[in-house]
Design a protein around this ligand. Structure first.
Ligand code: FAD
Length: 481
């Protein structure tokens, strides 16, 4: 087969990978979608119980809709909010089953390596840019080599969650206690109900995933006595971005943040803010989690942890590809300043496409959730525009590739809001924030009391040998007494 006849490999059959395939077909190009899971939409299925905060009108791609409509598909109600499971059932699965796509998707096909044929990363050689790509694909029959003329990596970030540890590394003991730690959003009100009912759960993270997990746990607590929720944030509470509330262009997203904030303020959940996790150990059946609250070392006990601290891109199988990545965000340098949470907290992003997503390796792009690297604000509508632009470029339609158009709903909150909040929150350890953390031991060997092991999350301060619960009032003393 000559290079021109080789397919364009699309890694991942999630919403953006399938949209990429539809866009390529619309341009008369030949996609081959490689999906690691046994079924398409593997990552979305894992959070199938979660209701999306964007309505249907933002969640489908134009080229995908055209394929579906040609086969009699009825679009869901534009303003309704699907769950992840509904996104699969009503859109992704029918899309993958269309005549155009069904023969072009391989499931059970995990890409474990990509390179230019006969050119490792180091080797220039005259024909490097013209050489096809070779993808090593792990299947039930072993590793297979697949050749492609270009690659669009839409493999998402679901498989690479950030760890709980303070430094971006897994906390010592985190891996060892993995049987009591869930990453992402477990189905607390469904399949995982028995695990969390009546237990104390420490939720780590401040984004929408953490908010969803906390809301579900609070709903569970109403039905299952003894269910307690601790919520650990990296920042002081006043600096946590709960979103724009009623100002958010996506009403559900705004409501999610507002509800989460109300739960913290009402004391329905115990907020630990800031709380930077340094160690996770086992204390009988519970986890003993040691962390820092400013200068104070605190140890608390929880039966379970849910770590919803965001995701990072898995770059391991791109080792032989010449990537151009921003050192902090791990996205392309052109995209980084548009989405870097260190620079601004606006969820909206300027329209961008092939040009901003280009890497030094010609013919290779990362699109979809993974294209945002470590930034948390990706929306499907962004991904659809990305792959439309990339497909146009691959077809040689540079004008269409450049004319990126995207209207995203405003989040209603921007960096200026956040800066003010940070200033307020860092007013000292006796400010309002500290008073809202009622149930944590602090200081050095504060007075101890007794309380039931699972129910009392309180353990001890860093200088004591063994963890022991302490009374809430005593807990506040170390800093403000
Ligand atoms: C809980 C949750 C709720 C969200 N809600 C919204 C929302 O309301 N609105 C919105 O716009 N966005 C939302 N997002 C963000 C984003 O749109 C979704 O994460 C979306 O699924 C991203 O699509 P994707 O195709 O880029 O990646 P994914 O959906 O993650 O798909 C990637 C696919 O690649 C496969 N894969 C991974 N590695 C490999 C490999 N090495 N080889 C082959 N295949 C591989 C995976 O199995 C998966 O099927 C949400 C995200 C989460 C986690």
């Amino acid at each position: 087969m000559t290079d021109a006849l080789l397919p364009i490999a699309v890694i991942g059959a999630g919403p953006v990978g399938l949209a990429a395939a539809a866009q390529l077909i619309a341009r008369g190009l030949e996609p081959l979608v490689l999906e690691a899971g046994p079924e398409i939409g593997q990552a979305v299925r894992a959070w199938g119980h979660v209701r999306m905060f964007s309505p249907w009108r933002y969640n489908t791609d134009a080229a995908a809709r055209a394929l579906l409509e040609a086969e009699g598909w009825t679009a869901p109600e534009a303003e309704a909010y699907p769950t992840g499971a509904e996104l699969v059932a009503r859109y992704l699965a029918p899309l993958a089953a269309t005549q155009a796509l069904r023969g072009r998707i391989r499931t059970g096909a995990r890409v474990v390596g990509i390179a230019r044929a006969d050119h490792g990363r180091l080797h220039d050689g005259a024909g490097r840019d013209a050489a096809p790509f070779v993808l090593h694909v792990e299947t039930c029959c072993g590793i297979q080599a697949v050749h492609a003329r270009a690659v669009i990596d839409c493999s998402g970030t679901w498989g690479a969650p950030n760890p709980a540890g303070a430094h971006g590394l897994p906390a010592p003991g985190e891996a060892r206690n993995a049987d009591r730690i869930a990453y992402g959003i477990p189905d607390v009100l469904g399949a995982a109900r028995e695990t969390y009912a009546g237990a104390t759960t420490l939720v780590v993270g401040a984004g929408h995933s953490a908010m969803n997990a906390v809301l579900d746990l609070v709903a569970l607590a109403k039905e299952a006595p003894g269910t307690r929720i601790l919520w650990a944030f990296r920042r002081p509470l006043g600096a946590v971005n709960f979103g724009g509330g009623a100002r958010d262009g996506l009403a559900q997203r705004g409501a999610l943040g507002a509800q989460a904030q109300a739960l913290v303020e009402s004391g329905a959940v115990t907020a630990l803010a800031p709380f930077l996790i340094d160690r996770i150990a086992r204390d009988g059946a519970a986890l003993a989690v040691t962390g820092r609250q400013g200068e104070r070392v605190t140890m608390l006990r929880a039966g379970r942890m849910i770590v919803a601290a965001g995701f990072r891109p898995d770059l391991s199988f791109l080792r032989e590809v010449r990537l151009g990545l921003d050192p902090a965000v791990e996205t392309t340098p052109a995209l980084a300043p548009l989405i870097d949470p260190n620079l601004h907290s606006c969820g909206t992003v300027r329209p961008h496409g092939e040009a901003e997503l280009r890497h030094p390796e010609a013919g290779f792009w990362i699109a979809g959730m993974k294209s945002y690297g470590r930034a948390p604000t990706f929306l499907l509508a962004t991904g659809h525009e990305q792959v439309r632009s990339i497909a146009a470029a691959l077809a040689g339609d540079w004008q269409a590739a450049r004319e990126v158009q995207l209207e995203l709903p405003e989040t209603g909150v921007c960096s200026t809001d956040r800066t003010d909040a940070t200033d307020r929150a860092s007013a000292g350890c006796c400010a309002q924030v500290a008073a809202e953390v009622p149930a944590v031991a602090s200081g050095c060997c504060a007075a101890s009391g007794s309380s039931p092991a699972e129910v009392a999350p309180l353990v001890a301060s860093g200088c004591c040998d063994s963890p022991s619960p302490v009374a809430a009032a005593a807990a506040r003393k170390g800093c403000c007494g």
